[in-house]
Design a protein around this ligand. Structure first.
Ligand code: BYC
Length: 332
């Protein structure tokens, strides 16, 4: 269901950047075209390196910030089982962030530098995590819709041309599919519950549908990075292609739950065999990216507070590592 099809974009001719040899650039592109993995010590165009650092670090930041909306419900999950599952999910997200920061570090950037970019507000993270989780159903909707969208976007990244990113994504996607199912199961329980629970589930779908659809990024016409990233096989599908796949998979799931997608224009199109939705309000997406979503300030403040509160742990770990290294040198 959340799978891949043939690659369709990025077949333009290779052009070497200033200061890079045309032969290197052509050899690099032919390796990418042959589906060889590019590894950290291999030659790569600087723009490829910078694109990967940007995308992988934004992805890592999204995982770390993404812990906050659900973490908010750990103490209030409605049963011990739900609490244990939610703790495990949030912990997985922290782990995903760590694999991704490690993958970014293989490109020659430090984790501290990436954290500085996040905490100063210079780096982006996924727009979706700037929305609040006001009810338990919002936690279900995050698992069902946000993790569902994440899987749709991330399964193709398991075939990304950059080896460390592709390998990190294999494990991440396995865990994301559990996350999607736990969210769907929360929604199913609520949808089969009392009238108040069904209403809560419907309201969560109303809150999360459009932000989830926007999560795939700007429309192809406005996506500045897609063409080049597809040529380098960092991205395998365009934003609109993945968005359409997500809508096609998710609408029948909403029908199964007995819930209504909050899009009055949504219809099944027999000719294309796709669900066609109404227009997306990109002004909302752009406002969130500019820092003006409902929770942008709160999310960044939470990360800054955690960074400061953890300072003594980092300092203690460094001091311990220095002591160990000094002892090893003395013993040698
Ligand atoms: N939010 O040219 P485009 C998760 C930015 S984690 C914010 O299409 P690209 C989860 C984009 O960065 C989910 N910004 O860019 C975690 C670019 O800005 P800059 C995160 C966005 O890179 C915990 C500009 O708009 N997933 O699922 O070709 C719990 C132009 O866009 C967004 C990943 O990071 C957005 N939604 O395509 C639960 C996956 N969309 O950098 C779940 C990996 C776009 O030029 N990333 N922008 O200033 C990708 O696949 C791609 O980077 C994107 C964007 C499809 C997101």
């Amino acid at each position: 269901m959340y799978t891949q099809a043939l690659d369709t974009h990025g077949k333009e001719p290779v052009v070497a950047a200033a200061g890079e040899s045309a032969a290197h650039a052509a050899r690099f592109q032919s390796r990418v075209d042959a589906d060889e993995k590019i590894e950290p010590k291999d030659w790569m165009p600087d723009a490829y390196r910078q694109t990967l650092i940007r995308q992988i670090s934004q992805h890592a930041h999204s995982e770390i910030v993404g812990m906050l909306p659900e973490g908010n419900w750990i103490t209030r999950a409605p049963s011990l089982r739900r609490k244990a599952v939610l703790i495990a999910k949030v912990q997985d997200e922290g782990g995903h962030g760590m694999y991704l920061y490690s993958a970014a570090e293989t490109l020659g950037v430090t984790r501290d530098h990436l954290f500085e970019q996040l905490l100063s507000g210079a780096a982006k993270y996924s727009s979706i995590f700037n929305y609040p989780t006001l009810t338990w159903a919002d936690v279900g909707a995050i698992g069902w819709l946000v993790d569902g969208a994440a899987i749709m976007n991330q399964i193709p990244i398991c075939r990304c041309s950059y080896g460390p990113y592709a390998r990190a994504m294999v494990r991440i996607c396995k865990e994301e599919s559990f996350h999607q199912r736990q969210g769907f199961e929360i929604m199913l329980t609520l949808a089969q519950g009392t009238a108040a629970q069904r209403l809560m589930a419907q309201e969560a779908l109303n809150h999360w549908w459009w932000p989830s659809v926007m999560m795939f990024g700007p429309s192809d016409a406005d996506s500045k990075h897609t063409a080049q990233s597809m040529r380098w096989k960092i991205k395998r599908f365009s934003n609109d292609e993945l968005r359409q796949k997500f809508i096609d998979v998710t609408v029948p799931q909403a029908h199964f739950l007995g819930l209504t997608i909050p899009d009055a224009q949504l219809r099944w199109d027999e000719a294309t065999q796709h669900y066609i939705g109404g227009p997306i309000d990109w002004s909302e997406f752009n406002a969130v990216l500019k820092g003006n979503g409902p929770c942008n300030r709160e999310r960044l403040q939470a990360r800054r507070t955690a960074w400061e509160a953890g300072r003594w742990v980092r300092e203690a770990a460094s001091a311990h590592a220095e002591k160990l290294a000094a002892r090893t040198t003395q013993a040698a």
